[in-house]
Design a protein around this ligand. Structure first.
Ligand code: ATP
Ligand code: MG
Length: 210
């Protein structure tokens, strides 16, 4: 594992992008582990605006996904949440996320954290070559997916993190089926989901205007 030496005067900022519909312990463990191993000063979670990979799928309101991410990360002094992607119009591309964060935090070295499934698709992302210049990429293991660095990629590190066989898709399906999501997502997120009736399925869709 090649961990670059710290550059004096520069902060090390992890970037955890995701739909977070809802955020779960797989996301949190991955971010925490990368922060420890790469000696990051902070990890910023960035909920997507309109995820282009999920076009045509039913994604929860950005504001609900943002608030669940805030609730889930509030107790960790090194975790923060950014609105850059939900405030930009149009579909979310990682290249825009990294450009915006670089503009806001020019002193920071960026470490983009991505699970094995997303790592496999990275070369299909818009602006793949510029991505390597803007950030170091840290690909983390995820149960059910094979982790490998994309061919021709620079600045990619691969890291084993504790295996959490959890996905947001499974959490949504569990809520829709009336099964518990306790211990898969943080307690505050369970309560948020219940309070606003998220994921209850088409039959009990939220009332218009909610
Ligand atoms: P969905 O099922 O809706 O796609 P998801 O669980 O895959 O949700 P995302 O918001 O799509 O969650 O993922 C955001 C990032 O977190 C991606 O890089 C993904 O690979 C990573 N990730 C998600 N779950 C895990 C996990 N259990 N272990 C490691 N990485 C994960
Ligand atoms: Mg996913």
């Amino acid at each position: 594992l090649n961990i670059p030496p710290r550059t004096p005067g520069r902060t090390r900022l992890g970037v955890m992008g995701g739909t977070f519909d809802p955020i779960h312990h797989g996301h949190l463990v991955a971010a925490s582990e990368v922060a420890t191993v790469f000696d990051l000063d902070e990890v910023v979670f960035v909920p997507t605006g309109e995820p282009w990979q999920k076009a045509g799928q039913d994604v929860s309101d950005a504001e609900d996904r943002y608030l669940m991410t805030v609730v889930a990360t509030a107790s960790n002094p090194r975790f923060t949440v950014s609105r850059v992607d939900i405030e930009r119009h149009g579909p979310t591309y990682t290249i825009d996320t990294l450009r915006d964060l670089h503009t806001q935090r020019p002193e920071a070295e960026l470490f983009f954290i991505t699970g094995a499934d997303a790592m496999a698709e990275i070369l299909t992302w818009k602006g793949a070559e510029e991505l390597w210049r803007l950030a170091r990429f840290v690909g983390v293991t995820r149960p059910g997916h094979v982790l490998s660095a994309p061919v021709g990629s620079e600045s990619v590190s691969l890291l084993n993190v504790p295996a959490m066989a959890i996905s947001s898709t499974d959490c949504r399906a569990r809520v829709a089926a009336g099964k518990p999501v306790w211990y898969l997502v943080p307690d505050g997120v369970v309560q948020y989901i219940n309070k606003y009736g998220l994921y209850r399925g088409a039959a009990t869709d939220r009332p218009p205007g909610h």
